[in-house]
Write a protein that binds this ligand. Structure first.
Ligand SMILES: CC(C)(COP(=O)(O)OP(=O)(O)OC[C@H]1O[C@@H](n2cnc3c(N)ncnc32)[C@H](O)[C@@H]1OP(=O)(O)O)[C@@H](O)C(=O)NCCC(=O)NCCS
Length: 168
């Protein structure tokens, strides 16, 4: 673990931590949450092996949110030199709209600023309004589009929107 939010969750709010080394049991738990969250979008979640590979790989880390003992959400991030990419973010379905993703983003950005990262990028499906609303509200701005990037089962292809946010 390379970071944990100060203070316990006295008020019942989420506690955030950062890992850059992912054990099998953690990867399985993250994969289960990811699948549950992404099934709503008709997308498969990431397998545990792919999650562990990303976290353990160069520049990779995961930001975890726990409510008590329960995993409430997580973000996967890769950071290279002074840029970072939000690879994926998900909140447990039962805990959505309680500020988990917003807290994950805030905690991640605070950590990236400490690492002198200048710009934070992400990519989102053009029809994912909850995520787009979250990112815009957090100050991300659209910087590009990859047309017909996502192929979604039973649907025509959907654009990917590229967003970024300056951290300095
Ligand atoms: C997108 C996602 C991560 C948001 O997580 P969350 O913890 O529910 O989000 P928060 O509670 O922190 O919401 C923060 C703000 O984002 C926006 N938002 C989040 N979910 C929303 C929704 N379903 N509809 C509209 N706005 C939404 C709102 O502005 C919200 O603030 P508010 O609740 O005060 O109105 C979650 O819906 C999820 O896991 N979705 C499936 C996976 C996914 O799409 N990941 C992103 C891929 S790029």
């Amino acid at each position: 673990m390379i970071g944990v939010s100060p203070g316990a969750d006295d008020a019942g709010g989420p506690v955030f931590s950062i890992i850059d080394n992912c054990e099998d049991t953690t990867a399985e738990a993250l994969s289960a949450l990811h699948s549950a969250a992404f099934s709503v979008l008709g997308q498969e979640g990431w397998r545990a092996g792919a999650i562990a590979e990303t976290v353990n790989g160069s520049g990779g880390f995961a930001v975890l949110a726990h409510k008590g003992a329960e995993l409430a959400g997580f973000a996967l991030v890769r950071s290279v030199a002074d840029e970072a990419e939000l690879i994926t973010i998900a909140a447990a379905p039962a805990m959505q709209r309680t500020g988990i993703a917003q807290g994950l983003l805030a905690y991640t950005i605070e950590y990236l600023r400490q690492q002198a990262v200048q710009r934070f990028f992400l990519e989102v499906r053009a029809d994912n309004m909850p995520a787009i609303t979250l990112y815009k509200r957090d100050g991300f701005a659209q910087v590009g589009v990859r047309e017909s990037y996502y192929k979604v089962a039973g649907m025509r292809r959907v654009d990917a929107l590229l967003f970024s946010k300056a951290l300095n």
